[in-house]
Write a protein that binds this ligand. Structure first.
Ligand code: ATP
Ligand code: ATP
Ligand code: MG
Ligand code: MG
Lengths: 252, 252
């Protein structure tokens, strides 16, 4: 069975895109066939892999049902990793599709024909619990939550869990929590360790033992359109995402 | 003429809330009468000032036209700073109001009776260019943009400027760019300095000379429900926001 992971957290700037790009790359390094879908109007995952969002039919045409998935899937610089690029046009879609029937199922229906040919499908979500994130949670069978070890990010976690439960009850009974991964973690800071302890108590085994440290190579890589593994494979950021991929592969 | 500043940037986690809370507090320290409005469904600015969002009539009742502003304005721990708290219910409002008439003017109309009694009104925006941020840009006469000195944040800047221009053309001819302030700035990092140089070239005088450094006291303060000035007035974070307030006061 193929695994479809929504990379979601309504808190902004917690490392969703960095996790989506680098986890997808790491899984491809472990010989998995991977598809990354950029569902964020900012289209950061798209530029983070060196692609242009707005050439030819894109994700918005897919969601409108006006382009087949085969037309929008693109190759990336990473062997084994394909992508459906994002687009700024997604921002208008939230308002435009607000009153459409089955508006929560648009992505699930659009990608249904192709998910079988990938081992992993990762969906990068925007920083909100609006229609795009709901579509990702309905299309996915697992949710992976990047969590910055800070107070505001922790504050939003219970609200996110409530939303996951509600999606499971109303639209997608098979949706389960894949896990929570701490990002930009600095073990020298009291705040980082306090948040880690609180999440461990709240979530227990759902917390990944891999923690992604703050590492400047992770934030430099996107300006070259490369994942960290291709930009600087010796960096701790790249190595930690390989470690996370191993944990994801072992967690069934 | 009172100044209404939308604190906006669709990129997540760039320091919008931290800037809104600490700039509002600093302006109040300089004897200004200040109102802070939390327009983000995460309601971080609300908890960052120690308030509870969901008690009694709130921002969503104000936007529906079902509560007068006087009913939703609350005192904070800071003398001279009042607040209209946020609420998780705002998330549903985006979809619910998507087809309402004058949906972009809801906030402007709701706060029109009270803006005259404040020197500064600051509006904390969610990380998107959706209906809430549009409402803030229509209600405001200036836009202050916190910008993290990172690649993905820089990438979104031109898109934000396009949106500001479009709001000026369609709904709010008086809207001007107040300025851009660099946040979480680390002068030891090549990336920080490269982004600063690029923004300076792109925007010139619109870039504030005050840069907010990365400072852990700024991220600890919200867990006590206090702005940095009340949590640790000796911290560089608190002092830099006082410096930013001075620049804002002098920039007419
Ligand atoms: N471990 C890390 N070390 C250093 N920088 C990081 C790390 N993870 C992410 N970053 C940087 O922090 C910023 C925020 O990360 P990112 O954009 O991936 O978060 P996001 O949750 O996708 O944001 P948004 O909510 O806007 O979609 C980016 O500039 C990114 O390059
Ligand atoms: N100068 C700083 N130094 C250290 N930490 C900071 C600084 N500014 C903000 N932070 C922390 O970084 C995180 C992101 O900041 P903040 O929540 O203010 O950004 P935001 O743009 O409001 O996010 P969102 O897009 O989710 O609304 C928070 O945990 C905050 O405490
Ligand atoms: Mg992102
Ligand atoms: Mg915020």
């Amino acid at each position: 069975m193929n695994r479809i992971l929504a990379i979601a957290n309504q808190k902004g700037g917690v490392g969703k895109t960095t996790t989506a790009v680098n986890l997808a790359t790491s899984l491809a390094m472990f010989d998995q066939e991977v598809l990354l879908i950029d569902l964020d109007p900012q289209a950061n995952a798209t530029s983070g892999l060196g692609l242009e969002g707005d050439e030819g039919p894109g994700i918005q045409d897919l969601l409108h049902g006006e382009a087949a998935p085969g037309l929008v899937i693109r190759d990336t610089a990473v062997e084994g990793l394909k992508m459906i690029p994002g687009s700024h046009d997604l921002a208008g879609l939230e308002i435009e599709l607000a009153s459409a029937d089955y508006r929560e199922f648009l992505l699930a229906e659009a990608i249904e024909p192709i998910t079988g040919s990938f081992d992993y499908v990762l969906i990068d979500c925007p920083p909100s619990l609006g229609l795009m994130t709901l579509n990702a949670l309905v299309a996915a069978n697992e949710v992976l939550v990047p969590l910055q070890a800070e107070y505001y990010a922790l504050e939003g976690l219970s609200h996110l869990m409530k939303t996951v439960r509600s999606v499971r009850q109303h639209w997608n009974p098979g949706l389960k929590l894949n896990g929570v991964v701490l990002t930009m973690f600095d073990s020298r800071l009291k705040l980082s360790n306090e948040v880690a302890a609180e999440v461990e108590e709240f979530l227990g085994r759902a917390l990944y033992s891999t923690r992604i440290p703050r590492n400047v190579r992770l934030s430099e890589a996107p300006s070259y359109g490369l994942p960290a593994l291709l930009y600087d494979a010796r960096s701790t950021g790249a190595k930690c995402y390989l470690g996370l991929a191993e944990e994801v592969l072992n967690k069934r």
